[in-house]
Design a protein around this ligand. Structure first.
Ligand SMILES: [Zn+2]
Length: 108
């Protein structure tokens, strides 16, 4: 996966997540039923929705960080420690990594 492909994938994912987040937030803002039983059910649903919303927001932040790095062509894909290329295979698995496999495994 090259930088342009990685960027496209991340942008698509970002759009999906942003849509999901606004849909969940809209659901959370719906007025609640006047029926007590229904209200209890709705509160349970709200807890699930809130969990989804915070997970989605976290994922969006992560994507934003990676996109920022991708925009900086001079440093993306280059090991922060030894300056060697990190390698396409490693980047496709961990796009946010800043170390090559050698440095990541070097505990000294
Ligand atoms: Zn390295």
């Amino acid at each position: 996966m090259n930088n342009i492909e990685a960027r496209k994938t991340l942008l698509r994912r970002q759009t999906e997540l942003a849509h999901r987040l606004s849909a969940v937030e809209a659901d959370l803002q719906k007025t609640h039923s006047k029926d007590w039983d229904e209200q209890a059910q709705e509160r349970e649903n709200d807890e699930v929705l809130e969990a989804i919303a915070s997970q989605t927001a976290n994922e969006l932040l992560q994507i934003k960080r990676v996109l920022h790095k991708l925009g900086d062509h001079s440093s993306y894909g280059v090991c922060k420690r030894c300056g060697q290329a990190i390698g396409k295979q490693r980047l496709s698995v961990i796009p946010e990594t800043e170390l090559c496999v050698g440095c990541a495994n070097d505990t000294h």
